[in-house]
Design a protein around this ligand. Structure first.
Ligand SMILES: Nc1ncnc2c1ncn2[C@@H]1O[C@H](COP(=O)(O)OP(=O)(O)OP(=O)(O)O)[C@@H](O)[C@H]1O
Ligand SMILES: [Mg+2]
Length: 377
């Protein structure tokens, strides 16, 4: 049993920078909990606070209800894996695995048994005699995991453990990590800046920005009901399209279409009449089929063909709708909406194209705060 609870945990460094602001959440026993966010948002600091490499300047961290305040890192029964792996170069793989157990004073036969078992689990038995320098990146990553597992800790803390690997190996190791964690059932906190890694690995995911947690949820919750523009733009690839919109008493005006709203729909959406930010995922745009959907015409600006799918960049033409401030910032680096279509669609740059979407696919956000409006249309 290992449940970690954070209550309004903050960290302000001596130079005044606040790296973590009032983080509050519980990681349940056996859960894979992911911290994700852009560089510098405080992910590593939060992990260091939990493992005890840093002390919080505010709030409380508990392990199974017991406060960790003042508890030495080595007495927390947690094992951390760093991005750099931090293996001892002069020790063999076997000696690297045995090291934490020797430090803990375990008897030699017990150490030998655990090293053998861990090596078997990670399929590195053949490597036990080698030095880290003579291993591939993926093998080193496995040894680093092994050194954490061999201690049989209550909690694993992993800080970007796959980021030194190439894309193919990363995908492979991701699946291995899930299998391994499921087998061991150890409570795991995992840090990454990669939303795909977060979505695939996480039972639940916490999205951080500027030291604050923006939203915590299952990958599905984050995808379907992002709490604000930041989360909406962070989760999903290609990223959600954002468009200026305007709500009236009975319609939603978009740059490329006007959608009538019945009174029930209008009431569900909430928000005042006036500007609104509309989010529409690239995968929710389709070639015309169902007659319930909104249809609009656009010009194809650019086509990215990827074999299994095609990303079509769209020119919606001039819009009379003003860009709300929260949106102007967001769309600066991706000016054109993208549709993710079936490659059979044989679309070429410069052509006119009709596309559709369902009203229910739209996400609506407050034009100033970026907060989600209560309901989907
Ligand atoms: N020891 C320190 N002293 C002062 N400021 C620090 C210290 N460690 C981190 N910071 C600052 O705290 C903020 C959060 O840093 P942190 O390393 O936790 O970010 P991160 O989310 O892990 O980023 P990355 O994805 O780049 O690893 C940054 O602004 C960083 O400069
Ligand atoms: Mg970091």
């Amino acid at each position: 049993m290992a449940e970690i609870t954070l209550e309004r945990v903050s960290k302000q460094f001596a130079d005044g920078a606040t790296a973590v602001r009032e983080a509050t959440f519980t990681v349940h026993d056996g859960e894979r909990f992911i911290l994700v966010g852009p560089s510098g948002c405080g992910k590593s600091t939060l992990l260091n606070l939990i493992v005890g490499l840093e002390e919080p300047t505010g709030g409380e961290i508990r392990l199974d209800g017991r406060s960790l305040r003042g508890v030495d890192p080595k007495d927390r029964d947690m094992a951390m894996v760093f991005q750099s792996y931090a293996l001892y170069p002069h020790l063999s793989v076997g000696e690297n695995l045995a090291f934490p157990l020797k430090l803990a004073g375990l008897p030699a036969p017990e150490i030998a048994a655990r090293v053998a078992e861990t090596a078997r689990l990670l399929v590195i038995t053949d490597l036990l005699g080698r030095k880290p320098a003579n291993l591939s990146g993926g093998q080193r990553q496995r040894v680093a995991m092994g050194r954490a597992i061999v201690r049989r800790p209550k909690v694993f803390l992993l800080d970007e453990p796959l980021s030194n690997l190439d894309a193919q190996l990363r995908t492979l190791m991701r699946a291995e990590l899930i299998r391994l964690q499921q087998r061991l059932g150890t409570t795991t906190l995992y840090v990454t800046h990669d939303q795909t890694e977060a979505m695939t690995l996480g039972d639940r995911v916490a999205i951080m920005r500027g030291g604050a947690i923006e939203q915590i949820g299952t990958p599905r919750e984050l995808y379907h009901r992002p709490a604000n523009l930041f989360v909406a733009g962070f989760i999903g690839a290609p990223a959600m399209n954002f468009l200026p919109g305007r709500l009236t008493a009975d319609r939603l005006v978009l740059p490329m279409a006007e959608l009538p709203l019945d009174s029930a729909q209008r009431a569900r959406i909430g928000g005042a009449n006036g500007p609104v930010i509309v989010g529409l995922r690239p995968e929710q745009l389709e070639l015309p089929s169902s007659d319930r959907a909104a249809v609009f015409d656009c010009t194809v600006d650019l086509v990215e063909w990827l074999g299994a799918e095609v990303f079509v960049h769209l020119d919606l033409g001039p819009s009379t709708l003003a860009l709300p401030p929260a949106l102007a910032q967001l769309t600066a680096d991706r000016p054109r909406p993208i549709a993710r279509l079936d490659p059979a669609a044989a679309v070429t740059a410069g052509q006119r194209l009709s596309l559709t979407f369902e009203l229910s696919a739209l996400h609506l956000f407050h034009p100033d705060t970026g907060a989600r409006l209560p309901e989907r249309a």
